[in-house]
Design a protein around this ligand. Structure first.
Ligand code: CA
Length: 454
């Protein structure tokens, strides 16, 4: 689908693979909400409607939808009678974990989105009934939207792979498998935390090249990694891989993901099996599940591979190459030091990147991950791998920006950094923009580094 034509016929299309790209009435940029703060909201206008789990004023956790500066309480909506015909779906979306809801898949999610869009639109007869079940987001605590069964981190940011590879192997930065396999490893799900939760600098075993013996203590080279997070919806039975052309329908939505990385611990531990304790102490995600429907206007076809690159093997090659499987989302990373916070200074932007710099698509992650028969489950989380562009202003980690900690950066208030110090907070933001459409965002992905436990 090209241009900004709103094609409502696509909703009735029998072709399941079109679901991720079909443009509908809910994308109409002229659509306005009766929720005043949602009008022209930078992140959560009525065209977004991301799902999450929130607790209002210390109350019980329940499902909600972000609309402007408010959160619509889905538990209250479920009891309102306004969604009686889709009761199973709205009840699942109102639960304190959304695994059941996202496991229902694309059709149910689209149905609820369309209903929410109608209920929250200007002129909705339900306005008076819904107004009392909106909660100001500033008074709510946002939790993890789902119980994460498994977390997998990929390595699809090719510029990041080139930048890191060139620090280690200047003559041969990309390993021979990179353009054939979406490289990944099984990460740690238990330590994934929602935005806002601080974490302790990890202790670990580290050994600099100039040290004769390893020692145990606080990480000396603490870094962040800017990544796109991908929520898995309906899973697959063990032994039944997801075909590439069905893979987009297994994705329930997207978030920002900060893969905190202890570079010194990583350098010592990672050979030959890869990252372990250097990654498993904390991962921070933005708490809203931004749906494939909300992102449909911001889909793009994957850029053709540069001449000379190998073709992907058939199980990773979609039948229709021009179907927009990739995303065009702008990503930003900011640092806020303790001294900046104390002085009331705005966070300083460290980088500006784009999901266009991913060599593999989310659909290829799903097809590859399940290709050996591995069963994916609703609530599994993928990280894309660090997203970096070609120029230093778009590098998605300090290891790249400071060239392995060799070149310190100076912040506007005169402080300098190679890696993170205690009290530093990293804030990530995402925005999707396209001429003729309402811009949407993901909400913040923020966490502060606390001193290591002594
Ligand atoms: Ca990573």
């Amino acid at each position: 689908m090209q241009g900004s034509t709103l094609d409502t016929r696509a909703e009735n299309s029998p072709r399941p693979t079109s679901s991720a790209v079909a443009l509908e009435a809910s994308h109409d940029p002229a659509l306005r909400s009766w929720v005043e703060s949602a009008r022209d909201h930078a992140e959560f206008p009525i065209q977004n409607l991301p799902f999450g789990v929130f607790s209002p004023d210390g109350g019980q956790a329940r499902g909600g939808v972000a609309i402007g500066d408010e959160i619509l309480d889905l538990a209250a909506l479920a009891g309102s009678g306004l969604c009686a015909d889709i009761e199973e779906t709205v009840t699942a979306a109102a639960a304190p974990t959304l695994n059941g809801f996202i496991g229902l898949g694309t059709a149910a999610r689209k149905q609820l989105r369309a209903r929410l869009s109608a209920l929250l639109a200007e002129g909705s007869p339900a306005q008076a009934q819904l107004k009392p079940i909106l909660h100001p987001a500033r008074n709510c605590l946002l939790g993890l939207p789902a119980r994460i069964g498994d977390y997998t981190d990929f390595y699809a940011g090719i510029q990041h792979a080139l930048n890191i590879g060139s620090l280690l192997r200047p003559d041969n930065p990309l390993l021979p498998n990179y353009k054939h396999i979406p490289i990944g490893y099984n990460g740690r799900a238990s330590s994934v935390r929602p935005s806002g939760e601080p974490f302790l600098r990890p202790n670990g075993q580290r050994k600099r090249p100039d040290e004769a013996e390893p020692s145990f203590g606080p990480c000396r080279n603490l870094d962040y990694e800017l990544e796109l997070g991908i929520w898995i919806g309906p899973g697959n039975a063990q032994g039944s891989p997801v075909p590439i052309d069905e893979a987009d329908d297994r994705i329930a939505g997207f978030c920002l993901l900060n893969d905190w990385s202890a570079r010194d611990i990583q350098a010592w531990e990672y050979q030959p099996l890869g990252p372990f304790l250097s990654k498993g102490f904390a991962t921070t995600i933005s708490p809203w599940i931004v749906t494939p429907e909300a992102l449909a206007p911001f889909r793009k076809a994957q850029a053709p591979r540069p001449e000379g690159d190998p073709a992907a093997l058939p199980y990773l090659n979609p039948a229709e190459a021009d179907v927009p499987h990739a995303l065009d989302v702008t990503l930003e990373v900011f640092i806020e030091t303790a001294s900046m916070r104390a002085g009331g200074l705005a966070p300083h932007r460290l980088s500006l990147g784009s999901t266009r710099d991913l060599y593999w698509t989310p659909a290829q992650f799903v097809a590859h991950h399940s290709s050996n028969g591995c069963n994916l489950e609703a609530g599994d989380l993928f990280g894309s791998g660090t997203i970096s562009g070609r120029d230093p202003g778009s590098f998605g980690s300090l290891m790249e920006i400071t060239r392995g900690g060799r070149e310190a950066i100076t912040l506007p208030n005169g402080e300098s950094r190679t890696y993170l110090v205690d009290g530093d907070a990293i804030v990530m933001r995402a925005s999707a923009r396209r001429e003729g459409f309402a811009s949407i965002g993901f909400g913040a992905c923020r966490a502060e580094v606390l001193p290591a436990r002594g």
